[in-house]
Design a protein around this ligand. Structure first.
Ligand SMILES: Cc1cc2nc3c(=O)[nH]c(=O)nc-3n(C[C@H](O)[C@H](O)[C@H](O)COP(=O)(O)O)c2cc1C
Length: 480
């Protein structure tokens, strides 16, 4: 059975030795984040801070900070299955005749199994606070030069104004006062797109910030799913069972019924204020930029909610593991468009949008470039700054192997592609302008005669089979 909510996840982590409780009183101002950063940099456990100075709400951090914890949370040792389920759905034949409909019934039933189910009430509707305040939530200040306290792990729910498709995105929020926060949805993200559509119609957008949910829903908010796919449905696909939802009280949105807490409100695109600086996942402070204001209209919550948070900074921290699961789970979707792709890696040190390495089974000249150009046109991969394409026999997860391929199969003038004035990740500290910069593509595949490589391809060094077998059979004799 999939995990239903955050307390159940906490219980499972604790039973597996993956969670520690801190009973000593700690401060949400810098102290918790310093503890969490030491724990995260040393591959430590999830931490539940039970006693937080001035607040009566426990704080949970690093809950997703290891592959083991993500395996527990998503009950999925093979994360590629998640993307494969989406691919399988797209390949399902839609039956027309009654007989074929009946034959397809079990598969269609599976699809409805993953759809969200709207309930009248749920644990999150236990309490509704109509004079709500952000001041009662133990929001962390992470780094000393941060502009203030930031909600870092809120799942921001919005609805596409035209299609009604529901979205969730993790966008940080800087607390302004008890009723206002700044919504850091970057330009390329779906929350910002929804808001822009509303803005064009002269309107503001409803938003609900979900604090703490079942692990699959948290993952869903981080995942760059294909356009048009409802994130609640994606959560159901991830956990193989649809989540339960309830309606918000003051805005027209649905939220997970098992959430710890939901901050209801709206984002006004005409009320822009300077957000930041904030110590970001690039390892630098992102300087202040204008972002729209979220106004709180109500809070729904459990009787005793847990405040789920995380900290970001120079990689590798907790978000790296979520990124790894995205990398694994989205390979089947990449292959759907580019079947030559064998493997794909986004090294965590490159904060995910910085660099990706792709191995391909090359069949024709220029194919590495075709893959790069295709991926630069695909969802959030379009924001990746550097692509390196290698042959199928190079291990994309082994940087030694990748560097060997780049230095032995790429010629700088022939195999490097630079694209100017392209969209970049908002956080890229090196791009000349915010959101606009250049791309670097390195084709590190073995070049062929058709690609203008007129030399003989040099043979890879390896032992002959007879010697290998002989040494294998005598290995014990050597005493090594
Ligand atoms: C801890 C954490 C913090 C994040 N903060 C932000 C943020 O402040 N702004 C943003 O646009 N994306 C942020 N992201 C990335 C988005 O959540 C991610 O790109 C997601 O796919 C967005 O969903 P969307 O495409 O549906 O908008 C963050 C991710 C994580 C894991």
């Amino acid at each position: 059975m999939p995990i239903e909510d955050l307390p159940e996840f906490v219980e499972k982590l604790e039973k597996s030795g993956e969670l520690k409780r801190v009973k000593t009183e700690v401060d949400s101002n810098l102290e918790i984040s310093e503890i969490l950063s030491r724990i995260m940099y040393s591959n430590g456990p999830a931490v539940l801070f039970e006693k937080v100075k001035n607040y009566d709400m426990p704080v949970l951090g690093n809950a997703f900070g290891s592959m083991r914890r993500l395996e527990i949370g998503l009950e999925n040792p093979d994360f590629t299955e998640i993307g494969q389920r989406i691919v399988d759905m797209t390949r399902m034949e839609v039956p027309s005749g009654i007989i074929s409909k009946l034959r397809k019934l079990p598969e269609l039933a599976k699809m409805t199994d993953v759809a969200p189910k709207l309930q009248k009430s749920g644990p999150v509707t236990e309490i509704f606070d109509d004079s709500p305040s952000l001041d009662r939530i133990p929001v962390l200040k992470t780094w000393p030069k941060d502009a203030g306290r930031f909600i870092t792990f809120g799942l921001v729910a919005t609805k596409h104004p035209e299609t009604g498709v529901r979205n969730l995105g993790v966008y940080r929020m800087q607390i302004v006062d008890s009723k206002h926060a700044l919504m850091h949805w970057q330009k390329h993200k779906r929350g910002a797109q929804h808001s822009e559509i509303k803005k064009d119609a002269g309107d503001r957008i409803d938003a609900a910030v979900i604090i703490g949910a079942d692990p699959a829903t948290v993952f869903s908010a981080v995942a760059p799913v294909p356009e048009g796919l409802d994130k609640y449905v994606f959560s159901g696909i991830t956990r193989k069972t649809g989540i339960k939802t309830v309606k918000c009280r003051t805005v027209d949105l649905e939220v997970p019924a098992n959430a710890e807490m939901v901050l209801e409100g709206y984002v006004d695109p005409s009320d822009l204020r300077m957000e930041g600086p904030f110590g970001d996942h690039t390892g630098y402070y992102t300087p202040p930029e204008p972002y729209p204001t979220f106004t709180l209209t109500g809070i729904m919550r459990k009787q005793k909610p847990i405040y789920l948070t995380t900290i970001v900074g120079k990689p590798v921290l907790e978000d790296a593991y979520l990124g790894k699961v995205i990398e694994r789970s989205f390979i089947p979707l990449i292959r759907m468009f580019h079947p030559e792709v064998v493997d794909f890696a986004m090294p965590p040190a490159g904060w995910f949008q910085g660099m990706a390495i792709i191995s391909i089974k090359k069949r024709y000249p220029g194919q590495a470039k075709k893959v790069m150009m295709g991926l630069w046109g695909m969802g959030q991969l379009s924001l990746t700054k550097i692509f390196v394409v290698v042959d199928e026999n190079v291990n994309v997860h082994d940087l030694n192997d990748v560097i060997w391929a780049v230095t032995t199969r790429a010629d700088a003038a022939r195999d490097v592609m630079i694209i100017e004035n392209a969209p970049t990740d908002t956080l890229d500290p090196a791009s000349p302008l915010v959101n606009l910069g250049s791309k670097l593509g390195i084709d590190a595949t073995q070049k062929t005669k058709e690609e203008g490589y007129q030399r003989e391809v040099q043979e890879l060094v390896s032992p002959d089979d007879a010697t290998r077998r002989m040494v294998d059979s005598r290995w014990q004799e050597y005493g090594l």
